[in-house]
Design a protein around this ligand. Structure first.
Ligand code: PLP
Length: 393
């Protein structure tokens, strides 16, 4: 239905849909059931029950396939549901999985639930270390889960090299990539060779923090079939109204992200000038700047920085007024958090210590506000935090 000749910025806006009433935007099919043409056949377009398929969800899936430039997409009710579907579809007891050490806390929690419940063997390694990864991938590695840049340490993973090595050692190894930080606009993991690309659409794709959703994408028919089997069996397909909202949110993705990246770059320079240790792939000082830009078109809009003192970090967060203290990212409004106590609190503190996770690390998820207001807010918060800290000494 889509026209692949359009640039991605146009494909994001142009939603192809078929509607007998010539509606300008896709209508919502809120119905859970569809009448059969006869007892021997489904409805004309093969719909019968919304758990199995719904026209609004189909419109969204086709739209995302056009944006991602892939053969199959499925939309489910959260980013975590994507990972749940993947693990349920491809792993059985005693299978071995490799994941990064700097992994989103919720993904880590779900992996270890599968480890306890289904006896899956999970190994965490530093996925940024290519030689280490090559020494750990074996013919028994069934699945590899990658993220890049990692969240919140902003480390970069060589996706193409790891994937081609894994496929060489075990052609059946499924390489899965969580693309939540980059979005299809900045990165296309399937083009780098991965088998399944998924992302939390709760973040940038929708962009307004008002729905939960997840997107799964792949080019392989068998993989797509296995994913759909779980989605249909468990009922994790995205609801029609949420699908409709996601179609709407997606249309502004490219201008939102453009402004968010511009703001994030200015904040990164501002923080670096204050001598904080800033982690952001947009800075040439990032040790993997070249690797990042060899696989991505932009730096994204999440940065983290270390203040050198956990109390100072807590006071900075407390004193911010414009940056809301909350988990998540990808919204039009700016957020600030202390990953240790928030998004990554579900990871065992001893494990975080072993992985040298900086306790004072602050994460900024940058929105589309006026940059002067964002810098003023942070500047004010840092000044007040330093004063309060000194008063306590
Ligand atoms: N992947 C990453 C990198 C995330 O940061 C998150 C949520 O914060 C998820 C996946 C899970 O997405 P959701 O909250 O939509 O389940």
């Amino acid at each position: 239905m889509s026209n692949p000749k359009y640039n991605i910025n146009t494909r994001i806006v142009k939603v192809f849909h078929e509607d007998g009433n010539q509606a300008s935007i896709p209508p919502i099919y809120q119905s859970t059931t569809f009448k059969a043409d006869s007892i021997d056949s489904l409805s004309t377009n093969n719909y019968d029950y919304t758990r199995s398929g719904n026209p609004t969800r189909t419109t969204l899936q086709s739209h995302l396939a056009s944006i991602i430039n892939c053969k199959h997409t499925w939309v489910v009710n959260s980013g975590m549901a994507c990972l749940d579907v993947i693990l349920s579809a491809f792993l059985k007891p005693n299978d071995e999985l490799i994941a990064g050490e700097d992994l989103y806390g919720g993904s880590d929690r779900l992996l270890h639930f599968f480890e306890r419940k289904s006896n899956i063997k999970i190994n965490h390694y530093d996925t940024t270390n290519l030689e280490l990864m090559k020494s750990k991938i074996t013919k028994d590695t069934k699945l590899i889960l990658l993220e890049s840049p990692t969240n919140p340490l902003i480390n970069v993973v060589n996706v193409k090299e790891i994937t081609s090595y894994a496929h060489k050692i075990n052609p059946n190894c499924i390489v899965v990539f969580d693309n939540t930080m980059m979005t299809p606009l900045l990165m296309n993991p399937l083009e780098l060779g991965v088998d399944i690309h998924y992302e939390s659409a709760t973040k940038y794709l929708n962009g307004h923090h008002d729905i939960m959703a997840g997107v799964l994408a792949c080019n392989n028919d068998e993989i797509a079939k296995k994913l759909f089997f779980v989605i249909n069996s468990t009922g994790s397909g995205l609801a029609p109204f949420d699908s409709w909202l996601l179609i709407r949110g997606l249309k502004t993705l490219s201008i939102r992200l453009e402004r968010e990246q511009e703001n994030c770059m200015k904040l990164a320079n501002y923080l670096q000038n204050l001598n904080f240790k800033v982690r952001y792939t947009g800075l040439k000082s990032h040790p993997q700047y070249n690797l990042h830009f060899s696989q991505c078109k932009g730096p994204g809009a999440v940065l983290s920085f270390e203040t050198g003192n956990i109390k100072l970090s807590e006071l900075i967060i407390k004193n911010c007024k414009l940056f809301s203290t909350t988990v998540s990212f990808g919204s039009v409004s700016s957020l600030i958090s202390l990953p240790l106590k928030m998004s990554h609190a579900s990871i065992d503190p001893n494990v975080l210590k072993e992985r040298n996770f900086p306790q004072d690390l602050i994460r900024l998820c940058v929105g589309i506000e006026d940059i002067n207001d964002l810098i003023n807010d942070l500047d004010n918060a840092i000044r007040l935090a330093k004063r309060e800290l000194n008063a306590k000494l």
